[in-house]
Design a protein around this ligand. Structure first.
Ligand code: BGC
Length: 734
C-alpha cells in the first residue's frame, strides 16, 4: 500500500508541475500584478459581477475588453437583450444544434468529445464569445432528473473523459469552457435551495471526479457554482468546494462564476471563493466595495479574483466587435461535426429477427409519431439552440429512402395541452385533446395496416425533459403505450425509435416492438444520422451512458425512498429570481443515501436486473471477444484482447473494462468502469485492442485519512461490450 500510495503522490506532483508550465492561464502573471497595482477598488469590483446578462466587465481605461459568455452546452444560444431573456431576433445567430450531453456521452469517445468542443468553440468565436457555459456534467443520479439530457453520464469516469475531450477541443481553439454545475446539482426540483447531504466518499469518487479530471487534465478555465447547497453551504460560497478542493487541491487557476441568480451573500461569497456574480450585482457590486472598505473582505481577496479574471482575459484572444457576428453562426464544418456525433451516438437496444437495417424488401413504411416531425433545439426552460436547420427523423428518412420505399406518415399522438405559469387550461381543453387523440390513433392504425414495417418515432420532447424541474415519472407521455398496443394489433413489425435524452420505462414498448432504437435529442443532423443507421449505411455504435431501470422504483434513490423529497413542493430557481422574498426560508434536504452506489454500481451490487444495463448497445454485426491478457505495470494496468467483427460490414464497438475488488477492506460496488475504447473493425477482421488503465483510476477515497488510497490485493478484470455481460475475465494482483 505504502509504495503505491507514494507512487501516486509522485504522479500527482509531477503532473501538477508540468500542468503549471503549460497552463495558458499562467503566462502573464507579472503583467497582471502590475495592472492590479494600478487599479482602484471601484475598477476591481466592477469586474466581479455581471455587466450584461451574458458578460462581465473588463477594464475600460486600459482597453481590456469585457468577458463574453455563451450558453452552452449543446449549441451557442441566440443573442438576447443586455438585461433580459428577450431574444434580439437576429438572423446571423442561427447556430448548429449539437446532440445534447447524453447523446455525446453515448459515443463513449473522447476524440468525438474533442471535435464537439472544437465545433462549439468555432461557433462561439463567430459570435464574439470568450467562454462557453459548458460542458454541463453533473452526474445523472435520477432517471427522472430534468437535465439528464444535458448531462453526460451516471458514471464519473465516462463523464470526466468526455468533459476533458470537450474542454481540450474548445480551449485548443482559444475558447474557454465553464464546467457546470459545481457541484452535486443532480436534481432540478428545488435546485434553488436544496441541500445535498452526501458522504465525503460519494462526493469525491462520484460527483467531483469529472470536474477534477477536466481541471487537472485539460486546464479548464471556468467553473460555474451550482444553485444548490452542499453540506449546508451554498455552492457559490462554499469554502470547501471552491477554495480548498478546486483551487488548493486541484490547482484551478481560472474563474468561478455563479449560476444565474445563484449568489446569496457578499462577504460569504467573496471569502468563500466566488469570483463573479452573474448576471447582476446584488451582492458583488456596491455591497462588495463597502465590505472591503469596512474591512470585512480583505483587499487581497479582491485582488486574487481580479487576477483570475485577467488570467482568462489574457489567455483568450478577444474577438473584435466588428468581426463578430458578420457570418451566420452555423457553418458546414460544424454541421459535419454534429452529424458525426449523432451518427455514433444512436443506440440499438433490440433487433429481434434482424428487422434492422431496413432491407431491400421493405417497400411500404409507416412512420408514426409526433417526434418524427418535431424539432428539439428549443423547448422547455433554459438554454436551447435557435438552429439554422434541424433535420427531423421523417425528413432524414424521406431523403434516404427516396425512390426506394414509400413512406406513409401519421402523427399518432400529440403532446397534451399544458397550462403556462400562473394560468389555467380552458375547461374543455382536455376533452378536446382526447377527441383529437382518438382520431390520431385511428389514422395511425390505418397507416400501420398493410405496411411492411412500422417505424414508431416517439419518446419525450424538450417540454417533458426540461431544466428547472424533474419528471414525476419515466413512463412514456401522451398515451404512447396505448397507441403502440393498438398498432401492434394490426402490424407486428414495429421498430420503436425513442427520441429522448433520459431513460424511459420500456416495459410496454419492449412487449410490442421487435426493434428498439434510442436516438436522443440528436441535433441539427439528427434525422440524417438516424436514417443512415436505420437503412444500414452505418452500423449503430452508441452505448448507453446510463442504466435503464426495469421500473423507476428500482433505481437507487427511489428504492431507498430518499427521492422525491417529502419536505417541499417544486419551485424553480427562476421563481426566486423574480421574487426574492422568503428566498432563505425555503429549505429542503436531498439525502444521497445510496452513497457511491449510483447507477449501474447499484444494480450490479444489489443484483437488481435493469431493463438495459449501462454501456449496452447492439450492432448490426456480432463482435467476439477473445484472448484477454492483463498486466500490471508501474503506473498502469494494461488490458489487451482480440476483438473480431464476425459480420459483413465495417462496424464500431466500444469495449469496456470494469474492475472489481473482491477482497477490499472498504465497501465497494461489485465492479466499476475503469477504461474503455471505441474501435472500428472491418468485416471479418480481428483487431488487437489495448486499454491502458492509469493506476489512479483505481483509487478510492479514505474517509478516515481524508485522502485517496489505492488498495493492494486482488483485482478482477471484466471485459466486454456492456456492464452486465463479460465474455472475458482475468485476475491480477496489485
Ligand atoms: C442554468 C445554467 C445556464 C444559466 C444561463 C441557469 O439557469 O442553470 O446552466 O448557463 O442559466 O443561462
Amino acid at each position: 500500500m505504502k509504495k503505491s500510495f507514494l507512487m501516486l503522490a509522485a504522479f500527482f506532483l509531477t503532473g501538477a508541475a508540468s500542468a503549471q508550465q503549460t497552463n495558458p492561464l499562467l503566462q502573464h502573471e507579472a503583467e497582471i500584478t502590475e495592472i492590479i497595482k494600478g487599479m482602484t477598488l471601484e475598477e476591481k469590483v466592477n469586474m466581479l459581477h455581471g455587466k450584461n446578462m451574458f458578460s462581465s466587465a473588463g477594464i475600460e481605461r486600459l482597453g481590456i475588453p469585457d468577458i463574453e459568455y455563451a450558453d452552452g452546452p449543446f449549441g451557442i444560444r441566440e443573442e438576447m437583450e443586455p438585461h433580459s431573456w428577450k431574444p434580439l431576433g437576429w438572423d446571423t445567430d442561427r447556430a448548429t444544434f449539437f446532440p445534447t450531453g447524453s447523446a455525446l456521452a453515448a459515443t463513449w469517445c473522447p476524440g468525438i468529445a474533442y471535435e464537439y468542443g472544437k465545433g462549439m468553440a468555432i461557433e462561439a468565436k463567430l459570435r464574439g464569445k470568450d467562454m462557453i457555459l459548458g460542458p454541463a456534467m453533473n452526474i445523472q443520479r435520477l432517471p427522472t432528473g430534468g437535465r439528464t439530457y444535458e448531462y453526460l453520464s451516471e458514471d464519473p469516469l465516462l463523464s470526466g473523459v468526455l468533459a476533458v475531450g470537450y474542454t481540450k477541443g474548445s480551449q485548443d481553439q482559444n475558447e474557454a469552457v465553464c464546467l457546470k454545475h459545481y457541484a452535486v446539482n443532480s436534481q432540478e426540483n428545488m435546485r434553488g435551495f436544496v441541500n445535498a447531504n452526501i458522504s465525503e466518499r460519494a462526493l469525491r469518487e462520484i460527483y467531483l471526479t469529472p470536474f477534477e479530471m477536466a481541471v487537472k487534465q485539460a486546464n479548464a478555465m471556468g467553473v460555474m457554482a451550482a444553485y444548490n447547497k452542499v453540506w449546508g453551504k451554498w455552492c457559490s460560497e462554499n469554502d470547501m468546494l471552491q477554495n480548498r478542493i478546486l483551487r488548493n487541491e486541484w490547482g484551478f487557476k481560472g474563474i468561478i462564476i455563479s449560476d444565474w441568480g445563484g449568489t446569496h451573500s457578499t462577504v460569504g461569497a467573496a471569502i468563500g471563493g466566488l469570483d463573479v456574480e452573474m448576471p447582476g450585482h446584488d451582492y458583488m457590486g456596491q455591497a462588495l466595495a463597502d465590505s472591503v472598505r469596512s474591512g470585512a473582505v480583505p483587499m487581497e481577496v479582491i485582488d486574487s479574483k481580479v487576477r483570475n479574471l485577467l488570467r482568462v482575459r489574457f489567455a483568450i484572444k478577444p474577438v473584435p466587435k466588428d468581426v463578430a457576428n458578420t457570418k451566420v453562426t452555423s457553418q458546414p464544418e460544424t454541421q459535419a461535426i454534429a452529424y458525426k456525433v449523432a451518427s455514433k451516438s444512436i443506440v440499438l437496444l433490440k433487433n429481434e429477427g434482424s428487422l434492422l437495417p431496413l432491407g431491400k424488401k421493405v417497400k411500404k413504411i409507416a412512420v408514426i409519431g409526433d417526434n418524427a416531425t418535431r424539432t428539439m433545439g428549443l423547448g422547455g426552460v433554459g438554454a436551447g439552440v435557435k438552429t439554422l436547420y434541424e433535420v427531423t427523423p421523417l425528413e432524414g428518412l424521406q431523403k434516404a429512402l427516396k425512390g426506394k420505399a414509400k413512406i406513409n406518415y401519421a402523427r399518432g399522438y400529440e403532446p397534451a395541452p399544458r397550462a403556462r405559469w400562473g394560468q389555467k387550461l380552458p375547461e374543455n381543453a382536455m376533452a378536446e385533446y382526447e377527441k383529437r387523440m382518438a382520431t390520431l390513433k385511428k389514422e395511425a392504425v390505418k397507416a400501420a395496416k398493410g405496411a411492411d414495417i412500422v417505424l414508431f418515432i416517439g419518446g419525450n420532447n424538450r417540454e417533458v425533459e426540461t431544466e428547472g424541474s424533474d419528471r414525476t415519472t419515466i413512463q412514456l407521455p401522451f398515451q404512447q403505450e396505448e397507441l403502440l398496443k393498438a398498432i401492434a394489433e394490426v402490424n407486428p413489425n414495429i421498430v420503436a425509435v425513442m427520441v429522448a435524452g433520459a431513460p424511459v420505462d420500456l416495459r410496454e414498448v419492449q412487449k410490442v416492438s421487435k426493434g428498439i432504437v434510442y436516438s436522443w435529442f440528436n441535433g441539427t443532423e439528427g434525422g440524417n444520422a438516424l436514417a443512415d443507421v436505420l437503412t444500414g449505411k452505418i452500423s449503430p455504435s452508441g452505448k448507453l451512458p446510463f442504466t435503464f431501470p426495469m421500473k423507476l422504483e428500482d433505481s437507487p434513490a427511489y428504492a431507498l425512498g430518499v427521492y422525491p423529497q417529502k419536505e417541499q413542493g417544486g419551485g424553480d430557481v427562476f421563481v426566486n429570481l423574480v421574487n426574492r422574498d422568503g428566498f432563505q426560508e425555503r429549505k429542503a434536504d436531498a439525502d444521497y443515501t445510496e452513497g457511491i452506489l449510483v447507477g449501474y454500481r447499484w444494480y450490479a451490487t444489489k443484483n437488481v436486473k435493469p431493463m438495459y444495463p449501462f454501456g449496452y448497445g447492439l450492432s448490426y454485426v456480432p463482435f467476439k471477444y477473445t484472448n484477454l491478457s492483463a498486466k500490471v505495470a508501474e503506473n498502469t494496468i494494461e488490458v489487451t484482447f482480440d476483438l473480431a467483427n464476425e459480420g459483413s460490414m465495417v462496424a464500431e464497438e466500444v469495449s469496456q473494462v470494469y474492475i472489481g475488488r473482491p477482497d477490499s477492506k472498504v465497501e465497494r460496488p461489485k465492479y466499476e468502469l475503469k477504461g474503455f475504447k471505441r474501435s472500428s473493425v472491418k468485416a471479418g477482421e480481428t483487431k488487437k485492442v489495448t486499454i491502458s488503465i492509469p493506476m489512479e483510476n483505481l483509487r478510492h477515497w479514505n474517509e478516515f485519512q481524508h485522502a485517496w488510497n489505492i488498495e493492494k490485493g486482488k483485482a478482477v478484470i471484466y471485459v466486454g461490450g456492456c456492464s452486465a455481460d463479460f465474455p472475458l475475465k482475468a485476475e491480477v494482483t496489485l
